[in-house]
Design a protein around this ligand. Sequence first.
Ligand code: 4AD
Ligand code: MG
Length: 458
Amino acid sequence: MLIREILDKQPTGQRLEVLGWVRTRRRSKNVAFIEINDGSSLANLQVVIDPDSPGWEHLSDLGTGASVRVAGTLLESPAPSQPVELRGEEVEVLGTVASDYPLQKKRHSFEFLREIAHLRPRTNTFGAVFRVRNVLSFAVHEFFQSEGFVYLNTPLITGSDCEGAGEMFQVTTLDIEDPPRDSRGKVDYSKDFFGRSAYLTVSGQLEAETYACALGKVYTFGPTFRAEDSNTTRHLSEFWMVEPEMAFTDLAGDMDVAERFVKHLLNAALKRAPKDMEFFDKRIAPGIMETLQSIVDADFQRMTYTDAVNELMKVKDRFQYEPGWGRDLQTEHERYLTEVVAGGPLFVTDYPKDIKAFYMRLNDDGETVAAMDLLLPKVGEIIGGSQREERYQVLYDRLVSLGLDPKDYWWYLDLRRYGTVVHSGFGLGFERMVQFVTGMANIRDVIPFPRVPGFVEF
Ligand code: 4AD
Ligand code: MG
C-alpha cells in the first residue's frame, strides 16, 4: 500500500505491506526506528522493529538509501508528529546501499544535487517539486479538455523557424567532419536525411494554427528547444511549452483564456498538493500559498507596452538596462511592472512590431502588433501570445520586409487564402509555471534533467 494512503486514513490494527527506500535509521539496544519513503508523499512512514522481530537481524543492511519491503501491523503512534506507525514483523532487504551513497541526512545545496540529478528525486524538495509538476501537468489537460480544446501533437523536427530568431538546433545525419558540398563549396543539404536542412522546433505554434483553422480550438503540450546562449535562472535549452490556439478569437479573448488557465493551474496545486505546497511555503518560499491564492482571486490587469514604458521611464535610474520605447523589456523591467506597478499579474499588450515575431497581427497604427505577454511577480514573463496576422497581403509583406522567403511559408500563407479567420493563441513556459508555483529559485531544479549551455549529463 502507498504510504500516502496509509497516512491518510487507514484504520489501525490491520496488517499491511509497504515498499520503499530507507530515509533514516535509529536504533538502540531494544528498539529500532526506520523511516521509509516511497515517493507517494512528503511524509515518511515510521517502522518500529523490536529485537525479537525477524527484521532485527537485517538492521545493519538498512542504511539510508536501501530499498526494503516491510510487512507489519499498523498502530497508533505515540509520537505527535505522525498519526500511525508500522510495527515491522517481516523485513526484506531488496537492495542494499553502497557506503558512498551521496544523500545523507544533512542538507545538500541545489547546485550539488544538480550534479546527481539521478538521485535528487529521493530528497524531500525534489520529491515535492515533481509531485507538484505532475499535478500541474494533469491540470493543463483538465483545463483545456473542459473548455472544448483538442489536444494536438505537433512535430519536434521541423523545417521552419517559428520565432524567426535563428535559435534552432540543427538535426542532421551528414558527416560533419566531411559533409557533401555543392559546386560552390557550400554544404549540400539536399543530401541530408530529409533532403533539406531540418531543426528541432522552438514552438509548435505554426502547425497548431493549421489545426485551429480546422478543429477550432487546439492545444499542444510538449518539448521545445532553443539554442540561445542564456545562462540564467529562467532559461533552459529544452523546455516544455503549452500552446493553445483558437479560431474566431481576438487578443482580448486570448487573454481571457490565459487568465482562466493560470488560475486553474494555481488552484490545482493548492487543492491537490496541499502537503507539498505547505513544504514550499515553510522551507523554500515563505508566503507562496497566500500569493497563489491571491492571484486566483485577483483580476489580472492589462496595460499597453506604451503605457508600461512610460511607467518605467518615471523611475529609469533604478534599472541596470535603460528602458525606452522600441526596446524589449528586460527581466528587471518586467519585475518592476508586475511587482510594483501592478502588484500582481499583468498583461502587457501591443508591443512595437520590430521586437516581435512576424506572425503577430499588425495594429491600425502600423507600428505595434496585437501581442500580449503575461508577467508574474518574481519570474517575469510566463506567457507570450498574440492575435495572428490573418490578412494574406499584410503577412506576405511582413515576411518580405523581414528578409524571410514567403516560399518557405507557403502552407502557412495558404491558411490566409482558404477561409481565413481571426485567430489567436499563446505559449506558457511550463517550467516557469512550476518555478512560480513552488517558489524554486532556479528553473534547472523543476525539470528532471535540465539541458543548458555546456551541460547535457544524464
Ligand atoms: O514568448 P515565446 O518565445 O513565444 C512563443 O514561442 C510563441 N510561439 C507562443 C505562442 O504564441 N504559441 O515563448 C513562450 C513562453 C515564454 O513566455 C516563456 O514562459 C517560455 O515560453 N520560454 C522559456 N522557458 C524556459 N526556457 C526558455 N529558454 C524559454 N523561452 C521561452
Ligand atoms: Mg516571449
